[in-house]
Design a protein around this ligand. Structure first.
Ligand SMILES: [Zn+2]
Length: 357
């Protein structure tokens, strides 16, 4: 068990008492807003708290750090010396055990992937708790809109399920749930919450999970339909390295098989739906050279957006891949289509109502 797990188990009642807070029947006056009657409730079974007056929420660690105005490192050191027996001073970078990656059976790929910093286990846990909570909530207007939108873009229910795309149905509820389960620090470090402890996917309620060896290692949010003025279509995690979308499919390809490389995750998903093998870069302007080696055994076809950025990226990628002696070529979209998914949707004649979104 790491020190944070241990501290999360320290009784919040004990911490409140030690901080000199006046608690009666698990309730106290909120130190975070002015009030006369106590509306902050301590939950001993989860060691968390919630204020019904100002909606402040947290766990034993956050309560301690907020009341004493300490940064997180100092908090951990202080709390550990106080509550954890045999504690040795916390070092800045505890060596977390690497998550188990057991699907990687191609020796070359295993070597390369080992170089890429694995997503912290706790981050995967957060992303998966986020997905599972959203998926188990009853569908509502928002999730129905998301589903309709996906179908309009030509995706089948099977595809949506296979890629485990999901929508945020209720921001308050999912945030409440995650804050009960995880510390603010972990939520922030996972990139899913910003420094103000708000979920970053505020306007981006359609979520695209990135998997590696079956675990979620990255999340991308998308606006449902057309973004409002000044809002980007996509939202990426804060401070988390972008990784290839659908990279696990590279483990199953046969020597010499064609693998398409697209910009957007939707383009990749669409090609898979059409029976092809595809991965996506997430965006045209990021490609990590170490990824190139993942494609060593295959025939790569770049199938990028039909715009300036896409063409430029394809030029660059061809250079990188040639440098690694990987066979690659480029497929261009007909002029009238902007990206792969539009092309397939157009071809199927299901785009009459695209203007709706
Ligand atoms: Zn309050």
């Amino acid at each position: 068990m790491n020190i944070l797990d241990e501290l999360n188990q320290v009784s919040i009642l004990q911490v409140a008492e030690d901080l000199g807070l006046e608690v009666q029947r698990h309730r106290m006056k909120c130190p975070f807003h002015e009030e006369d009657t106590p509306s902050l409730v301590l939950y001993p079974h989860t060691n968390s708290f919630y204020c019904f007056g100002c909606a402040k929420t947290g766990n034993s660690i956050t309560l301690y750090s907020e009341i004493k105005h300490l940064d997180i490192k100092t908090t951990i050191n202080e709390m550990a010396s106080e509550y954890v027996t045999g504690f040795q001073k916390y070092t800045a970078n505890p060596k977390k055990p690497l998550p188990k990656m057991n699907v990687l059976n191609v020796p070359e790929i295993r070597n390369i992937q080992a170089k890429e910093k694995p997503t912290a286990e706790i981050h995967s846990q957060i992303y998966e708790a986020f997905r599972d909570f959203c998926l188990q909530q009853k569908s509502n207007e928002l999730s129905q809109t998301a589903l309709d939108y996906l179908k309009h873009r030509g995706f089948t229910e099977k595809t949506i399920k296979d890629f485990r795309l999901f929508a945020i149905k209720d921001y308050t509820e999912v945030t409440w749930y995650l804050k009960q389960r995880f510390s603010y620090l972990d939520l922030q470090e996972s990139g899913l919450y910003n420094v103000k402890n708000n979920l970053i996917f505020y306007s981006h309620s359609l979520i695209i999970p990135y998997y590696r060896a079956g675990r979620i290692v990255y999340l991308q949010g998308r606006v449902i339909g057309k973004p409002a003025e000044g809002t980007n279509r996509y939202c990426f995690l804060n401070n988390q390295p972008l990784t290839l979308f659908n990279a696990d499919s590279l483990l199953k390809v046969r020597m010499g098989e064609t693998v398409y490389v697209t910009e957007g995750a939707f383009d990749c998903i669409r090609l898979v739906q059409e029976g092809k093998v595809a991965v996506s870069l997430g965006t045209a302007n990021i490609f990590k050279k170490e990824w190139a080696k993942l494609f060593k055994r295959v025939n790569v076809v770049f199938y990028l957006d039909n715009d300036k950025a896409g063409h430029k990226a394809a030029d660059e990628l061809e250079k990188i891949f040639s440098h690694f002696n990987i066979s690659c070529s480029r497929k261009n979209l007909p002029d009238e289509y902007k990206d792969v998914n539009d092309y397939y949707t157009g071809k199927l004649g299901s785009n009459e109502q695209l203007g709706l979104f």
